[in-house]
Write a protein that binds this ligand. Structure first.
Ligand code: ACO
Length: 428
């Protein structure tokens, strides 16, 4: 086998450098050894948005974008969506292995018994305006939890890290549901320890005068699967925020609030809302060919299509499409579904989309399902955040136990002015 290295010649000096290749990558520190002289800082790779650069080694999630593969800890997402539950998947992501029966029972019990939030959280929520975006409420409230758990600062203690992970997984549905109730001016519903994770979340969202809100089993399962599908996606924008903030050794609450803030952006957690708007604007199946023509002419984007990493059908989109059928059997068909199906049918045989390898991504169908399950559009990124909590915490734990990692502090290529003379106001 050929040697695992590359040899480069610096044409400025004529010097040759042999740089080892490990795990399919070269180390930026080896590039930095390429210098024109002792005063030269050394060559740097320029990687805006890290598009071509690995910032970490990881064992959490694997994606092969060309083949449309997503695995959590080596388990295909299809198997987890079919056979696992969100809490079991959360354990898998956090611990690296599927839990044994007693481990899962204990974990479920722990999460169930941490779903309550301090009464003062209600006062905090009451301070938000009635039309405050639930994602803004979620981000602020998760950050505020930091003030209730000062022990969380001890991030080098694995037991402390585990306690906060359990707390965050447990409290996210409570905060999310209460953010929703606040927007409607409805009283907050306390968690019910007799219910499982998804039932409890839906109970806190929708309970009115009944003793307990009981979801249809197909709806309950759909939520569980959606949480699994959103649980991790390796070094995406919010995971990168989690690692960036976590690298300064901030506590997990403020760190995760930062990750959730990254998710709030429309380029990350907000695309499914854009899909719904697009479908409503198209309005009828007959108008699909005209819309595709607009996309081909670059006058519009087909929202929910294309992905930075997947150049094939996003495996999560396939699963969501199947779940959609099961949900619509219970809720009735979302009238926008026919437009979505026709868009997909035409796009998948259109040269523009074939040549650019544009396929449906996770967001193409998720908004339609959430809408059918009575989740308002503003809550879509909140739903995403509940599932992604498992991934954020797994990435954070991995970061803190990785000897290669340090405080994240990229370099820059300074291209501005230097050593200018200050000009007094009167002379400007
Ligand atoms: N509709 C029409 N054309 C598209 C689309 C689309 N949805 N996506 C990409 N293209 C075209 C681009 O115009 C570009 O064409 P060009 O080569 O002629 O300039 C080419 O395909 C490559 O696209 P890029 O934007 O360079 O690809 P990138 O990897 O930067 O972007 C992104 C990926 C942002 C997801 C893009 O496909 C897009 O905007 N999709 C629509 C929004 C969306 O669905 N986002 C959700 C992503 S999933 C998630 O974040 C959870």
């Amino acid at each position: 086998m050929a040697e695992e290295s590359i040899t480069v010649t610096d044409n400025r000096t004529g010097k040759q450098y042999t740089i080892p290749i490990k795990d399919g990558a070269i180390h930026a520190a080896d590039i930095n050894k390429i210098k024109t002289g002792p005063d030269d800082f050394g060559l740097m790779p320029y990687a805006p948005a890290f598009v071509w650069t690995a910032s970490t080694k990881s064992k959490v999630a694997f994606i092969d974008g060309d083949k449309g593969i997503l695995e959590y800890r080596g388990y295909p997402i299809q198997d987890l969506a079919e056979k696992s539950t969100f809490l079991e998947t959360a354990w898998l992501l956090l611990k690296g292995e599927l839990p044994k029966k007693d481990e899962l029972a204990k974990f479920t019990d722990e999460v169930t018994h941490h779903t309550f939030v301090h009464e003062n959280v209600k006062k905090l929520l009451d301070g938000f305006h009635h039309d405050a975006h639930p994602m803004g409420i979620l981000v602020s409230t998760v950050a505020a939890l930091s003030t209730f758990y000062p022990d969380a600062k001890n991030i080098h203690d694995p037991e402390v890290r585990w306690s906060q992970s359990v707390r965050l997984l447990a409290k996210m549905p409570t905060i999310a549901a209460w953010a929703y109730r606040h927007s409607l001016g409805l009283p907050y519903v306390h968690p019910d320890n007799e219910l499982n994770y998804v039932q409890n979340f839906l109970h806190m969202m929708y309970r009115m005068t009944e003793q307990r809100y009981k979801p249809h089993p197909a709806i309950e399962r759909a939520f569980d699967v959606l949480f699994i599908l959103h649980a991790d996606h390796e070094q995406n924008c919010s995971a990168n925020a989690m690692r960036g903030i976590g690298s300064s050794h901030a506590d997990p609450y403020v760190t995760m609030a930062g990750a959730a803030a990254a998710l709030y952006g429309p380029l990350h957690g907000g695309a499914n809302e854009e899909v719904l708007k697009m479908l409503a604007e198209i309005g009828h199946v007959d108008r699909v060919p005209r819309f595709i023509e607009k996309v081909r002419n670059k006058e519009a984007l087909l929202m929910g299509f294309g992905h930075r990493v997947y150049k094939n059908y996003d495996p999560r989109a396939k699963i969501i499409k199947r779940i959609a059928d099961e949900v619509f059997e219970v809720t009735g068909r979302n009238p926008l579904l026919d437009i979505a199906l026709e868009l997909e049918r035409i796009a998948l045989q259109d040269e523009y989309f074939i040549n650019k390898k544009l396929y449906p991504n996770v967001d193409f169908y998720s908004g339609l399902i959430y809408q059918a399950m009575r989740i308002p559009v503003a809550m879509f990124p909140v739903m995403f955040a509940i599932g992604r909590t498992a991934g954020w915490l797994s990435q954070w734990n991995e970061l803190l136990t990785d000897p290669d990692q340090k405080i994240a502090r990229p370099r820059q290529l300074y291209i501005g002015h230097r050593e200018r003379k200050y000009v007094a106001m009167a002379q400007r």
